[in-house]
Design a protein around this ligand. Sequence first.
Ligand SMILES: Nc1ncnc2c1ncn2[C@@H]1O[C@H](COP(=O)(O)OP(=O)(O)OP(=O)(O)O)[C@@H](O)[C@H]1O
Ligand SMILES: [Mg+2]
Length: 1002
Amino acid sequence: MAATVRRQRLRRLACWALMTVLLADLLALSDTLAVMSVDLGSESMKVAIVKPGVPMEIVLNKESRRKTPVTVTLKENERFFGDSAASMAIKNPKATLRYFQHLLGKQENNPHVALYKARFPEHELGFDPQRQTVYFQISPQLQFSPEEVLSMLLNYSRSLAEDFAEQPIKDAVITVPAFFNQAERRAVLQAARMAGLKVLQLINDNTATALSYGVFRRKDINSTAQNIMFYDMGSGSTVCTIVTYQTVKTKDAGIQPQLQIRGVGFDRTLGGLEMELRLREHLARLFNEQRKGQRAKDVRENPRAMAKLLREANRLKTVLSANADHMAQIEGLMDDVDFKAKVTRAEFEELCADLFERVPGPVQQALQSAEMKLDEIEQVILVGGATRVPKVQEVLLKAVGKEELGKNINADEAAAMGAVYQAAALSKAFKVKPFVVRDAVIYPILVEFTREVEEETGVRSLKHNKRVLFSRMGPYPQRKVITFNRYSHDFNFHINYGDLGFLGPEDLRVFGSQNLTTVKLKGVGESFKKYPDYESKGIKAHFNLDESGVLSLDRVESVFETLVEDSPEEESTLTKLGNTISSLFGGGSTPDTKENGTDTVQEEEEGPAEGSKDEPGEQAELKEEAEAPAEDTSSPPPPEAKGAAAPEGEKAAEKDGGDKPEAQKPSEKGEAGSEGAPPAPEEEKKQKPARKQRMVEEIGVELVVLDLPDLPEDQLARSAQKLQDLTLRDLQKQEREKAANSLEAFIFETQDKLYQPEYQEVSTEEQREDISGKLSATSTWLEDEGFGATTAMLKEKLAELRKLCHGLFFRVEERKKWPERLSALDNLLNHSSMFLKGARLIPEMDQIFTEVEMTTLEKIINETWAWKNTTVAEQAKLPTTEKPVLLSKDIEAKMAALDREVQYLLNKAKFAKPRPRPRDKNGTRAEAPLNASTSDQSEKVIPPPGQTEDTKPIPEPEKETAGPEAADSEPLELGGPAAESEQKEHPEQPTGQKRTLKNDEL
Ligand SMILES: Nc1ncnc2c1ncn2[C@@H]1O[C@H](COP(=O)(O)OP(=O)(O)OP(=O)(O)O)[C@@H](O)[C@H]1O
Ligand SMILES: [Mg+2]
């Protein structure tokens, strides 16, 4: 009995637990409804959203534009973003920051920092000695790192997306240029973190564009590979990408389309901005020449004038894409002197000649990296705003040798659309058609380590070894394990970029440090001391190059194995258990391609790489891991796996596939061979009398970051707080502005009203003067002191004025309502009287109303008439300047009371049962009952009297008479004097008893 109760209790508990989990899931789902993407261009960002029931859409900003300038103005007490900031560029060039992404992830000595200083000398860049980076020094008090500025902009992009989606948004996919290295990607992630955005993925903008192209041409993708080249020239840079589209077999969704990035070439500084700067320089020269001899200052020294010239250069460049020449024109460029100069397209092309020569560079690089020839490319598609420059198209067309360039993609929005598709695919709130994305590593990554070796001669020397961890153009996301087999004590290894020879010397300097991290291991020696009788299976370092292209070292482990005797029966159970767990976790088989983000990584083992060829015993092996969803090796291993024996099958599923049965390992390293299902239990019983016991010790890791240290956690938190405070300040400022505007508007409108006849009619001159005087006083206060007034003070002033004017406004409003309300009351009274008259005329044998009911209605009609007449008369006697006694709310209340009474009687009539009556000779009834309805007359529904648009809905009858159907059935409509009224057919009413009810029968 007790056991049963316990079982029931347990079951109830389990139910509750399940419900809680489900509820949590649902909440999580509803929390993550809309997702967004930001195509973070150098000049402008394009934001897109997707929310349930609404397809992917580009977000319109506050100015209803589809592109928002990546511009932020940071002043002491206010900030501006987007278009508002862009318009501040001229007024306040120093505080208006643009193209700041070019500084992300760069140290102060990077040529791009110098280039930024040269391009935008109006900005003062401070130096952070800790990270060796720069920051914007806007004023002695105001300084912001590029990450902070980007974070503010990302936060702004979110506010645009939220306004557009009309709901909060947290999840985003953000685009980055494909050429962003580790430090640059981490900088974007840190900025997003400061803004409180959850980055689902940093997607390369070329991949996002390719995805958008593929998604909209899904039907054209088949098993035959199609190679498409995308040429994206934006404002800051140019990227050329070769993409192969074809269908592939996926594990979960069968045959699906796939895009694979095959080759990428880029030029970090070739784009619209450089063309604009050339034009600006040209215009500045022309202006200086025009003022020669006037002892005028060089326009280049005037930041405001240079900002005006840059804006004009941008406009000019765009116009010259469609016209052979154009007049550059700026009013009051400097010292109130206007500027006007004609610029031809030929001149523009001359100014940018060397830039146009660089157009084919990225194409060649892309082809080289893809190991392809031009004739393998089916189409070259233009992306990015700067490809609209005719000369760019001309040079490109020649370089690719095609008949034409593809313009069948939205050059501005494709990346944002592709990124938002990916956001929907990654978010759990949406179900999207799978599209497999295989991105490629641009910068190879190596592991390097040095070991002391003893030559045959007994001489000890240092041996430097390199292993390719992620090869150039290899797919990602991807996990890899490297096993160091010759170490029994603590050692260091280094993670560096591989061969970057494809970058020119200048690009290499821009790239920055080629060393990523030094990894110092602690605890290797102890792990060997702990398991003296075990065989070491090496030190395994688990790496992950995630969806965002960001590298991490998940963990390092020291692995040992030994054989232990087991009784066959016990072993069999353990093996069985292992098999079950293995299959539960998807172990035992290499997963197929996973859609949208993760792709098939066939497990492979690389042969000894450089440096180890001559020394086969030197062991550091490399292994790619399958990206199986259930096999998330990024999380630390389960506690029982540490320093404890675990069944083999389970290990196979959890340990990156690095531990296979001894019999299956062809090499002494214990790593080779494909990840297969463990042998069948019966087989094992026969073949394996002993069981392998595996021990795993996690090794302590100290990382020394060599490229660019991330912002320390405390600094990140401080920055996040600083930005939050600024957002709060902006919101408070907006609220204050709103309060000041409301007060100002009220004063203005009321002053105007005081001269309108309807207000003058109901106020004395004295009253008006009083109000006018207070309005003027407040207006003066607003002008003189309003600047320093708090939101509360402004609101209080408004409340005072509202109170002062309330009586006047009330009188005007009431008067406006009277005619319509009184007419509605008259109507209702008339109709009710007619109804009563009709009711009294019903013959006694058919009468359905009681005398009391009719008398009650009569009484209320009479009382209402009397109330109306008295109140209207009383009101007529009152001065117009006094509070009225005739109130619209009272008229409405009287109407509601009368209508309730009438509705009650109507409902009674509607559902009254006909009385049985004697049949005549022909067998037909002498007279139809009152509640019979018509079938031969067309229905004519007339609005209930007194219920005009403005009157409040009249409540349902309070008295319950007709059962539940009464509430649902339409009330009998009461027609006007000339209208025909009719009764609706009651469901219970037998047919053949309907007839039209004439007015005079009522
Ligand atoms: N009709 C046109 N003629 C010439 N240039 C144009 C035209 N339309 C846009 N542009 C230029 O295109 C550039 C903007 O393109 P886009 O929006 O693709 O760049 P972005 O994404 O902001 O920058 P990037 O991708 O380089 O980081 C600007 O330099 C703009 O002046
Ligand atoms: Mg772009």
